[in-house]
Design a protein around this ligand. Sequence first.
Ligand code: ATP
Ligand code: MG
Length: 336
Amino acid sequence: MGIEVVVEGLTMSFGKQNIWQDVSLTLPAGEVSVMLGPSGTGKTVFLKSLIGLLKPQQGRVLINGVDMVSSPERDIYETRKLFGLMFQDGALFGSMSLFDNIAFPLREHTRKRESEIRRIVMERIELVGLLGAEDKLPGEISGGMRKRAGLARALVLDPQIVLCDEPDSGLDPVRTAYLSQLLIDLNARIDATMLIVTHNLDIAATVPDNMGMFFRRRLVTFGPREVLLTSDEPVVIQFLAGRREGPIGMSEEKDAALLAAEAAGPAAHPSAPRVIVPQLEPSPGLPPRAAVTRRRERVLGMLDQLPPAARAAIRDTYAHHAAAPTLTLPAPGSGS
Ligand SMILES: Nc1ncnc2c1ncn2[C@@H]1O[C@H](COP(=O)(O)OP(=O)(O)OP(=O)(O)O)[C@@H](O)[C@H]1O
Ligand SMILES: [Mg+2]
């Protein structure tokens, strides 16, 4: 089962450039979370901080009691083995076949026999739909296939935490829809805690249990998907609608004068009523996601701390779910 990741008061700068400050959030065990944010707001830096590749100046990242910021490197190295990472660019070795690329972490970090490695690698290759392409070099396949190869490689060590940095970049809309389903199916199969950085609004709307967003050197929000999807924050509304009007400009932040002019202008952009589309379900034949029941308890338990719109949306989510026969609650006292 996935592991909780607790981030407390994280602050990161490169020299004089502050990237973000005082970031706190918890990735709930086994749930899928999505992180949004304009380019350059430090999402990739955040993922690298979670695995201890970058060292924020302040704060902690706690995983099973290990602080990925300041625990001894040996502990950090061990904890890093719990992660599966899918980088923004696929990060495959160009001179190695897909098979060897995907086998790499197994050969590097385990003492498994070659026959066992072959079994695991072929299973992952099948999982991401690359059967038949295993002998190709990364340069001989499409960008979408490279993405999926990167995902397969992220999965060979049975990760309990999966981080994906823009898994959709360069994919067409149909491939992106398949990828969304693949991520949910993956979560149903392995119950790993997942964090996906994406600019894709379809993935954001249909995949995660939780959503967050970086803007102007802080984490604007992080919580159940219903919170962000019903948020009144101008930056969130603008991002979700993909509009020019709002605080996000071409060079990340608009100047105050332009913003004031926009605000003073005619009410040119009444926000469209926002409909929360249902979250994807695992494909037929797969087990239900173990996180669903845990999330339901967790989110219903925090209901009175949430804004009214989010509260209503969550009630709606679970009113809808309650009708589904697969999600009936066990009778009190029946154990688990
Ligand atoms: N190793 C580094 N040294 C110095 N500056 C860095 C380093 N890595 C990232 N930065 C800076 O941190 C900022 C955030 O970069 P990051 O790649 O995390 O953005 P991002 O949110 O992932 O953007 P995108 O959506 O375009 O991928 C950028 O200004 C970048 O130049
Ligand atoms: Mg990035």
